[in-house]
Design a protein around this ligand. Structure first.
Ligand code: FE
Length: 197
C-alpha cells in the first residue's frame, strides 16, 4: 500500500460533546479510510504509485484524466490536516504569533471569527474553509469538493471540513452551529502556530 491512513491525533471520544465518537467512526473510519483505499486502487501499477501524497496532488491538479486520483489524494490530505486542525479543549482566542497576525490582518479576533465562519457557511455544497498564507499574506479562503490550497501554491494553516458528513450526525443541517463550535471549542492554535514557523 503506497498511501496509509494516519492515526487520528486524538481518541475517538476526545472531542465530545462537540464532535461525537459516532461522527468520527464514520468520518475517519469510513470516509477518510475510503479515500485511502480508492487512491491506492487508482495508483496501483502506475508511475504515481511511489510518489509522495503532496506531489500526487500537485502533479494531477487540473488534469481531467486524473480527476479521480486528484480528488482522492486531496481528500486524504485534507482530512489528515483537518484532524490536526482540532484538539480537545481547543478554540477561543489564539496565542503566539498567529494572534498578532490575525489582529494585524483582520483588525480584531472577532472580525476574523466572523469571516472564517462566513467562508464555511457560504461554501455552496461540499468543501472546506481554510486559513492560509498566500504569498506571505494571511487569508481566509474556501475550496469546493476535494480542492486544496496545496494544489495552488498556498500554505494551509488550518481547515474545517464543511461536507455534510463532517457534521450531519451531530448538527443535522445546522452548519453554522458546527462552525461556531469549531471556533469556540476545537480549533488548534498550537498546530497553526507550528505551521506558521
Ligand atoms: Fe470529510
Amino acid at each position: 500500500m503506497a498511501i496509509i491512513l494516519p492515526d487520528l491525533p486524538f481518541a475517538k471520544d476526545a472531542l465530545v460533546p462537540h464532535i461525537s465518537a459516532n461522527t468520527l467512526d464514520y468520518h475517519y473510519g469510513k470516509h477518510h479510510n475510503a479515500y485511502v483505499t480508492n487512491l491506492n486502487n487508482l495508483l496501483a501499477d502506475t508511475d504515481l504509485a511511489s510518489v509522495p501524497l503532496e506531489s500526487i496532488i500537485t502533479k494531477t491538479v487540473g488534469n481531467s484524466e486524473k480527476a479521480g486520483v486528484f480528488n482522492n489524494a486531496a481528500q486524504v490530505w485534507n482530512h489528515t490536516f483537518y484532524w490536526n486542525s482540532m484538539k480537545a479543549n481547543g478554540g477561543g482566542e489564539p496565542n503566539g504569533n498567529i494572534a498578532d497576525l490575525i489582529n494585524g490582518t483582520f483588525g480584531s479576533f472577532d472580525n476574523f471569527v466572523a469571516e472564517f465562519k462566513k467562508a464555511g457557511a457560504t461554501q455552496f455544497g461540499s468543501g472546506w474553509a481554510w486559513l492560509i498564507l498566500d504569498n506571505g499574506q494571511l487569508k481566509i479562503t474556501k475550496t469546493a469538493n476535494a480542492d486544496t490550497p496545496i494544489a495552488h501554491g498556498q500554505t494551509p494553516l488550518a481547515t474545517v471540513d464543511v461536507w455534510e458528513h463532517a457534521y450531519y450526525l451531530d448538527y443535522q443541517n445546522r452548519r453554522p452551529d458546527y462552525l461556531a463550535v469549531f471556533m469556540e471549542h476545537l480549533i488548534n492554535w498550537d498546530f497553526i502556530n507550528a505551521n506558521l514557523s
